[in-house]
Each structure stands twice: as C-alpha cells, then as structure tokens.
Ligand binder design. Structure first.
Ligand code: SAJ
Length: 410
C-alpha cells in the first residue's frame, strides 16, 4: 500500500499524521524545520518509530499516493495573505508527485486559491493527479473534539477529486464528511465559520466598551441573554483576539473580495474593534491609575499570560504581546509570567511577578491564574487589577481594597 505524506507537522499536520498511523497507514511526515523533526523523533511516543520523518518534501511525495498539505497560511504585517509556505510546499510536491496521486490542501486559504495558485504549480509535474481542499478544523487544547471526531467539508477541482478526498477522510475520521459542489465553497466554509466567530467577539467587545460607560457588568448581561433558549450565542469580551485562526482568517476573505471588487466594511470594522482591545485594556489601567494619582511611566505592571488563549503555549497574534508593546512604549516597567510560555516570561514564577508589580493585567485566563488565592494580591500590595478575561472574582478583589476593572465589568 502506498504511503500518506503529511506536509507540515504543526498543530494541524501532526494530529493528522498520528491519526493516519493509528489507522494503520504507512506515513511520511515532512517538514522543513529540522528542529521540529528532531523533537518529534525524540518526543511524541505514539508515533515514534512508526512515522518516516524527512525534510525532503519531494521524497515523501514520491513514495505516497495521498499528500496532505498542512503548512501555515499567515498574514503579513499589512494583513495580506502570506502564501510562501504553501507555494514552496506545492513546488516541492510537483517534483515528486506520482501519477494518480491525491493532493489535499488542509491549510486555511481564500476562495480561489486551489484553482488559481495551487493547481498551476502542481501542473508543472506533468502527471495526472487529483486535487481537493479539506479545511482543517482543530481546536488546540480541546479534548472533547479532536481531529478524528470533527466533521469536515471537502471538495475537489473535479468530481473524481472530491470523491477520492471524501473516501480518504471517511477512512480516518469518525464523523460526517460533507462533499461540496465546488472547491471555492470548501475554501469559503472555513473562512466563514471563523469570521462568524470574529464578528461575534467584536460585537461583545463593542458592547463591553459601551457598558463600561454605562456602569453595566456585561458578564451579567451575557448570563441574562443566555437564558433565552434560542437565537443567542455566547461570546465574551476580552483584552483582544489572538491565534492563527480567528485573528487571521477574516483577512483572507477581505483581501480576496477586494480583488474581486467587494469591500467587506463590516468584517473590516469587526477586525478593527478586536485589534483595538489591547490598547483599550491599557486605557482602563490608565483610568484606574489616575484615580490614585499615578501614571504609566515607570509604573510596575505585571502581565499574567502571554499565550493567545487559556491553557495553551501558542503566542501567535497574542493580545498580550500587543499589551507588552504598548506598555514598553509608555515606559512602564513590565513583568511577565506565563506558566506555558516560560521563555517569554521575565520572572521565574507568579510569586516573583506579584512581588515586583504594583498593578496587574490578566491577559490570558490560564487555570493557574483563575485559581489563584486572591489574598496573594493583598499580601503583595497590588493596587490595581485589570481583568482582561473577566475571569476573576471582582467582589473579592474589591473587598481587599484593590481597584478592579474588567472588560465591560467593574
Ligand atoms: N476570544 C474572545 N472571546 C470569545 C472567544 C475567543 O475574546 O468569546 C479570543 C480568545 O481569547 C483568543 C481568540 O479569541 O485570543 C481565539 O480564540 P478561539 O477560542 O477562537 O481559539 P482558536 O483560535 O484556537 O480557534 C479555534 C478555531 N478552530 C479552527 O479554526 C479549526 C475556531 O474555529 C474554533 O471556533 C475555536 O477554536 C473554538 O471554538 O474553540
């Protein structure tokens, strides 16, 4: 039986490779990052010795009948799609692809990318191949929904490609595989589901700013609205929207639509609102400092959390990084601790952060921070808490004589 080659062994590719091995397939794992290959070779026990690791994509492709592409598709500093990893991977695949092989792109891409960018590169191989898109659906840290039990959508450049890709995913995933009629529809599906999340977060972020003026606790209002058994879906305001999905995917559609002559004003506004939350969080701190006659310059500010979301170590597009940048620009003394991101912490633990800080901003709702004994704040003379994830006990903090402000909550 021919192998499956998984190109890109990050948070998407590695689980796919593990799943293919679990299903008894012969798997090549290819990645350009030799350090990553080394850590897999020496680390992930369940596939150790069972996966053929290589940094030669053409090689992995030559020996495989199915090639799954899981490389990053970020945006550049102007929020434009950055497709070099995808283009380079496809160029390497075109050097090794065999007749009748199936190539599936799992990376998140704008509608039209498979037909306009991927296909021309693969055609340089001068062999007949099948090509489809099956957008990845991974929720890092989610133990309930893992890659093998998450439904997927799939579509190919032609009927046979769709069928072959659907057959492959049905052989490894115990959930529905929906075949769509066009590869653009499959590309648009992932973008739409993540953009849906981004605009809803922007909605509650704007509500939080409004409620801060009105003195309304938004967490109460969300709880209230959630008693309605239909037509309302909870999202939560915060210090910002990070990660490689929600903060990135809308820009893929915005830029493609612009090329086609459509201006996504609403999606762009939602991105603007979410991008404004780190500086809004600092504004809240400055407001509280003013109450005690202090300024940000030389203020000792501790940041709890660097990762973009709770209980993960991923810092991509993390709001905490933006908050750090703003504080440094305002010449505050910044202390950082994240139990999952030690290398970007500048104190050894939470204790040291609390000892050195006069004010704290919770940027990431890691379990360690949510469970913290709040009397430690008092014992370390913390004067202000800005709760960037509305996850702390505000009444308890206030009862300790500490100024508290959340995002749409005080
Ligand atoms: N966030 C908010 N308010 C919310 C939800 C999230 O501010 O109500 C922030 C988080 O703090 C984080 C960012 O948004 O900074 C993204 O959070 P996320 O929970 O959406 O986490 P992701 O980026 O890991 O999103 C993944 C996505 N999965 C895929 O792209 C396959 C997304 O589609 C899922 O909806 C999401 O997990 C999920 O539901 O957990």
């Amino acid at each position: 039986m021919k192998s499956v080659a998984v190109i890109g062994l990050g948070y998407v590719g590695l689980p796919v490779a593990c799943l293919c091995i679990e299903k008894g397939m012969d798997v090549y794992g290819a990645d350009i990052d030799k350090k990553k290959l080394e850590s897999i070779r020496n680390g992930v026990s369940k596939i150790k010795g069972k996966i053929k690791l290589t940094n030669n994509i053409a090689d992995a492709t030559k020996n495989s009948s199915t090639i799954i592409v899981c490389v990053p598709t970020p945006v550049d500093k102007n929020h434009l799609p950055e497709l070099s990893a995808l283009k380079n991977a496809c160029a390497d695949i075109s050097k090794g692809i065999q007749k009748d092989a199936l190539v599936v792109i799992e990376s998140t891409i704008s509608p039209g990318t498979v037909e306009e960018i991927v296909l021309p590169i693969l055609k340089k191989s001068n062999v007949r191949f099948y090509l489809a898109h099956c957008p990845e659906r991974i929720d890092p840290g989610n133990k309930k929904f893992t890659v093998k039990d998450l439904p997927r959508v799939v579509a190919g450049i032609d009927m046979e490609s769709t069928k072959k890709a659907a057959e492959f995913y049905r052989s490894i995933i115990d959930a529905d595989i929906l075949e769509l009629s066009s590869v653009k529809a499959a590309e648009a599906t992932k973008i739409m589901e993540n953009t849906f999340r981004d605009i809803n977060i922007a909605f509650v972020n704007e509500m939080a700013k409004s409620f801060d003026k009105a003195g309304i606790d938004i967490t109460e209002v969300i709880k209230g609205a959630s008693t309605k058994p239909f037509g309302f879906m909870q999202h939560y305001p915060g210090a910002g929207v990070g990660g490689h999905c929600i903060a990135v995917d809308p820009y893929y559609l915005i830029s493609k639509a612009k090329q086609l002559g459509f201006d996504h004003k609403f999606l762009s506004l939602a991105r603007e609102i979410n991008e404004s939350m780190p500086s809004y969080t600092i504004d809240l701190l400055e407001q509280e400092l003013k109450k005690i006659g202090k300024k940000l310059e030389n203020a000792k500010v501790g940041i709890l959390g660097v990762a973009y979301k709770a209980n993960v170590d991923d810092t991509r597009e993390s709001p905490a990084l933006k908050i750090m940048g703003i504080l440094n620009g305002k010449k505050a003394d910044v202390y950082i601790f994240d139990p999952y991101v030690i290398k970007q912490s500048n104190v050894k633990d939470l204790n040291e952060l609390l000892e050195k800080s006069d004010y704290i901003i919770l940027a990431t709702d890691h379990k360690e921070f949510k469970d913290m004994d709040l009397s430690r704040l008092k014992n370390n003379n913390i004067n202000i808490v800005i709760d960037g994830r509305n996850c702390m006990d505000k009444e308890k903090i206030k009862s300790l004589g500490i100024l508290y402000h959340g995002i749409g909550r005080y």
